[in-house]
Design a protein around this ligand. Structure first.
Ligand code: PMP
Length: 428
């Protein structure tokens, strides 16, 4: 594959932006390759500036459940843009999207739109602290909730990929309020709450962890979080930035039958535009400015074009449940195919899958928490990733990220991916 133009653009970008990128994992530094510069995307395909065509399993890191440049979404964006890009004043589209989310996720009684997942989780943490009058928060090792100071402790995603799970620049005085436990560790949660439950403002959790590869929560784990927070007057924040409207139209909380106090959204609710949201219990959300004393704001929050992209996406998903059925079936087919291809080649591989999120780990497994994820052979992953990229299959360049399948992926594309993996596994 020729990458000469990408290489030229990357060389220039590196003189302009840290690592040549605006988000670390995109730099491909951990796999030692030049990232293809993307020119265009449609359906399950992305095309780079050198004319290479890839089947895409990143989907812009989650938003593109309908596939890239879905006709209805592009039309909604183009039509809305005709009337102006931003008003900084209320517009009806904000309520339309709010109603849509609230009708599908009953725990959300009031919602606030923001511009990213990071803003959503940061604001939800502030809301929990403001509402409870407590400072301590609990998160789980390997979960990523965006890059706000309180949440960059033992985090997942790019932080794992770069090998530095806690960021510099977070004051120790603040970091001491973030307590971390092992994912799926029911006993650990109970023990902590027994000791200091009435000092804890909230627990924040990915209901399916998708930033250390994919690690599903055990139902009793989420149940325990629900019970312990309730018992001790803390709030449960379920971070559905990745899982929201991906693992099902009622999100992960619908799938696991839990009712969080607050939920955070991102990715799919913006249909590829910069949108996040947080919402939940009315008594908590009524404490947000201008109703209450917990401040949070945004120049571009509720942006009409972004709302239109989210609405068009949500309309398509809610009126066509077959998108979920298809994307999940394709994910199962892919993960099962990769597993048997690896077995044939004598490579131990653990797999996890929920809805259209999947992951293969280069370890025996099972993988149920971060300690298990850490047993993965990163050098094998690296070779596998580069081999697949060269075959024209674009996966996330890290063992610690999910595979995202869209409603636009076809059975033939999945089978071609598996055939390519067979060739790549044989060479590992
Ligand atoms: N929470 C979760 C669960 C995420 O997966 C992400 C991003 N991958 C975030 C929060 C942060 O979202 P953003 O990158 O939009 O700030």
């Amino acid at each position: 594959m020729n990458h000469s133009l990408s290489e030229k653009l990357f060389a220039e970008a590196k003189t302009l932006m840290p690592g040549g990128v605006n988000s670390p994992v995109r730099a491909f530094s951990n796999v030692g390759a030049t990232p293809p510069f993307i020119k265009r995307a449609k359906g399950s395909h992305i095309y780079d500036v050198d004319g290479n065509d890839y089947i895409d399993y990143v989907g812009s890191w989650g938003p593109m459940l309908l596939g890239h440049a879905h006709d209805a979404v592009i039309k909604a964006v183009a039509d809305t843009a005709q009337n102006g890009l931003s008003f900084g004043a209320p517009c009806g589209l904000e309520s339309e999207l709010a109603k849509f989310v609230m009708s599908l996720v009953p725990s959300v009684e009031m919602i606030r739109m923001v511009n990213s997942g990071t803003e959503a989780t940061m604001s939800a943490i502030r809301a929990a602290r403001g509402f409870t009058g407590r400072d301590k928060i609990v998160k789980f090792e390997g979960c990523y909730h965006g890059h706000s100071d309180s949440l960059l402790i033992k985090a997942g995603s790019g932080m794992l990929t770069t090998g530095k799970p806690s960021s510099k620049g977070v004051p120790a005085d603040l970091a001491k309020y973030t307590l971390t436990l092992q994912y799926n560790d029911v006993a650990g949660v109970k023990e902590l709450f027994d000791k200091i439950g009435d000092e804890i403002a909230c627990v924040i959790v990915e209901p399916v962890a998708g930033n250390m590869g994919v690690v599903p929560a055990k139902p009793e784990f989420l149940q325990t979080l629900s019970e312990e927070t309730k018992k001790h007057g803390a709030l449960l924040i379920v971070d559905e930035v990745m899982t929201g409207f991906r693992v099902g139209i009622h999100c992960a909380q619908g799938l696991y039958a839990i009712k969080p106090d607050l939920t955070t959204f991102g990715k799919i609710i913006g249909g590829g535009m910069p949108v996040g949201a947080y919402g939940g219990r009315l008594d908590v959300m009524q404490q947000i400015a201008p109703l209450g004393g917990i401040y949070q704001a945004g120049t571009l929050s509720g942006n009409p074009v972004a709302m239109a992209a989210g609405l068009a996406t949500m309309r398509e998903l809610s009126t066509h449940p077959e998108h979920y059925v298809h994307a999940e079936a394709m994910t199962k087919r892919l993960i099962a195919g990769l597993k048997s291809a690896a077995t044939e080649a004598g490579i131990p591989l653990a797999t996890n899958q929920v809805g259209s999120m999947g992951c293969i780990f280069f370890t025996e497994g099972p993988v149920t928490c971060f300690a298990d994820v850490q047993k993965s052979d990163l050098e094998l992953f690296r070779k596998y990733f580069l081999g697949m990229l060269d075959e024209g299959f674009y996966f996330a360049p890290s063992q610690f990220e999910a595979i995202f399948v869209s409603a636009a992926h076809t059975e033939d594309e999945i089978d071609r991916t598996i055939e390519a993996a067979k060739r790549v596994f044989k060479k590992l």
